[in-house]
Design a protein around this ligand. Structure first.
Ligand code: DC
Length: 215
């Protein structure tokens, strides 16, 4: 079984997808982590998000792997490093590059071959990665609600977030993700639209599990 969950940054896809995967006994695939891992690695070695031979050459040297919920690049666990405000801000221009997207396609598709299947979340899962998914969900929430969730997450981590900065970063990522040429964020054909603004996490999980089992 393949459950595809797409939607904008901060809609709650990761937390919800993890729970749905656990309730349905499927694997969980966080595809944003893969884009973050490549963006982080390229930025660190000074390769800007510009298409061309140089990018191709560097991509060939980067081996991304998933294991036990962690992301590895050339054997090094980068799971923590990819979750910083800096990576939040740089990842969208990298993920807009079709060369970079192509580099991750096989790896994503292979995840559906393990166990009973996968709950995959991202921006183009139902449209590009798994267009034949058994169940497609487009999970969204207002930009203000999504920014508020990120703000609270950072407060809990002991950081000193500024709500307005997070809101403008959320809006900027929405703009880049939805207007890019390569696999833009769209509600895929046949996807169920779920607006989580006024729903609890568990209500969203229950609704997705119900839809998945009905299919
Ligand atoms: O879901 P996230 O915030 O971890 O995603 C990080 C970035 O990766 C985001 O800017 C959009 C991009 N992304 C994408 O283009 N396609 C995916 N399938 C998943 C993420």
């Amino acid at each position: 079984m393949i459950v595809a969950i797409d939607g904008p940054a901060g809609a709650g896809k990761s937390t919800v997808s993890k729970k749905v995967a656990s309730e349905l006994g499927l694997n969980f695939l966080d595809t944003g982590a893969l884009y973050r891992a490549l963006a982080y690695s390229l930025d660190r070695i000074g390769i800007p998000p510009v298409p061309g031979d140089k990018l191709d050459e560097e991509l060939k040297k980067l081996d991304v792997q998933l294991s036990g919920g962690a992301v590895f690049v050339n054997g090094a666990d980068v799971s923590k490093e990819i979750r910083t405000p800096h990576v939040d801000n740089i990842v969208s221009p990298y993920s807009a590059l079709s060369q970079l997207r192509a580099h991750l396609l096989d790896l994503q598709r292979r995840q559906a071959l393990f166990g009973k299947g996968v709950v995959a979340e991202g921006r183009d899962i139902g449209s590009v990665v798994f267009p034949e998914a058994d169940c497609k969900i487009f999970l969204t929430a207002s930009a203000e609600e999504r920014a508020m969730r990120r703000y609270k997450e950072r407060l809990v981590k002991g950081e000193e977030p500024v709500y307005e900065e997070i809101l403008s970063s959320v809006k900027e990522r929405d703009r880049i993700d939805s207007t890019r040429e390569a696999a833009p964020l769209v509600k895929p054909e046949g996807a169920y639209l779920l607006d989580s603004s006024d729903m609890t996490e568990q209500q969203v999980v229950d609704e997705i599990v119900r839809i998945a089992l009905k299919n």
